[in-house]
Design a protein around this ligand. Structure first.
Ligand SMILES: Nc1ncnc2c1ncn2[C@@H]1O[C@H](COP(=O)(O)OP(=O)(O)OP(=O)(O)O)[C@@H](O)[C@H]1O
Ligand SMILES: O=C(CO)[C@H](O)[C@H](O)COP(=O)(O)O
Length: 294
């Protein structure tokens, strides 16, 4: 936690919608004049695509069928921790990108499935914004969750998460249904061990729940739309959250528990803006106060 150099972490599985949530935060940042250093979690994979394929094949030969992009061994948890700590101390750090598609890679004249070189973050950013797989990880060796001032979980119910992943990986990344299904199966133990526990360390979780039948995600042709879903928003600590204001501003919202509000799917972005803009204000005020004192 750092008053001078705050950190926001948006964490969720592959296909959960963290990149989509990032667009909402970009709108908040633009409107509030915030300069954020944006970090993509996939840039902390340990291996590029070819290395990963070779290592997965080796692991499989040795009987390990669960070698995955979710685990501690295949990601640089120590480097995420170092980045968060260093940024919190002095607003500095290094980042890179994992280039998923040919289009992304062409912009850097690199191959898809590779990383851009590590580069220093821009100077004088107002906050660090991480979106990816591991923003609230706690393991016996690493505690990434201790650094972000705001930790947000993005967690569609699992059938929907799989539909989103299948759709995105097939239509935007060129994978077959069989390849994505294999990846989902291979990742399952690491999903349970590394992805899910994070949602107990988040301040707020956003869980999209479809209102249409998603019982076989592997044959779904489309992602259920915003209007075909609701979003369950759960606050770990509801103290200080103005639920009455949210209920007034978000048409058809209701409370399902004392710390949980449910909003129509189409109001997810509005709900995020109403909830997070005051958080961002408070971070900026604290930062200004801390800077003025030095
Ligand atoms: N609230 C939503 N409503 C409708 N579609 C959504 C929503 N959130 C995400 N999607 C869709 O789900 C797919 C995956 O979303 P997104 O790319 O944001 O996931 P991600 O968590 O960033 O995945 P990764 O970390 O693997 O890149 C995209 O096709 C996106 O358009
Ligand atoms: O989205 C992901 C994790 O968040 C991808 O699964 C991961 O980045 C590896 O991508 P690829 O298998 O296409 O190289």
């Amino acid at each position: 936690m750092s008053e001078r150099h705050p950190i926001i972490a948006i964490t969720g599985s592959s296909g959960a919608g963290t990149s989509t949530v990032t667009r909402t935060f970009s709108n908040i940042f633009r409107r509030e004049g915030v300069k954020a250093a944006v970090i993509e979690g996939d840039s902390f994979h340990r291996y590029n695509r070819k290395e990963m394929q070779v290592r997965a094949a080796e692991a499989e030969q040795q009987g390990n069928k669960h070698f995955s992009h979710f685990s501690a061994e295949n990601n640089l948890f120590g480097e995420i921790e170092d980045l968060f700590r260093t940024y919190g101390e002095c607003g500095r750090g290094k980042s890179r990108k994992y280039l998923h598609t040919a289009e992304e890679a062409a912009a850097y004249k690199l191959d898809p499935g590779t990383f851009t070189p590590w580069e220093e973050l821009d100077e004088n950013t107002d906050m660090l914004y991480y979106e990816g797989l591991h923003g609230a990880v706690v393991t016996p060796e690493h505690n990434i969750a201790q650094y972000p001032d705001l930790r947000v979980g993005v967690v569609p119910v699992i059938n929907l998460e799989w539909i989103q992943k299948l759709w995105r990986d097939k239509h935007q990344r060129g994978y077959s249904t069989e390849a994505v299904t294999d990846t989902i199966l291979r990742r399952m133990p690491d999903y349970v061990n590394y992805i899910v526990p994070q949602f107990a360390h988040t301040h707020v979780n956003f869980q999209r729940v479809p209102m249409v039948d998603t019982s076989n995600p592997f044959i779904a042709r489309d992602i259920p739309s915003a209007d075909e879903s609701v979003v369950v928003i759960r606050f770990a600590n509801p103290k200080g959250i103005d639920f009455q204001y949210l209920l007034t501003m978000i048409h058809d919202a209701w409370m399902s528990r004392a710390n949980t509000i449910v909003v129509p799917g189409g109001k997810m972005e509005l709900a995020m803006q109403l909830i997070f803009t005051p958080f961002v204000w408070r971070m900026l005020e604290r930062k200004k106060r801390a800077m003025d004192l030095t």
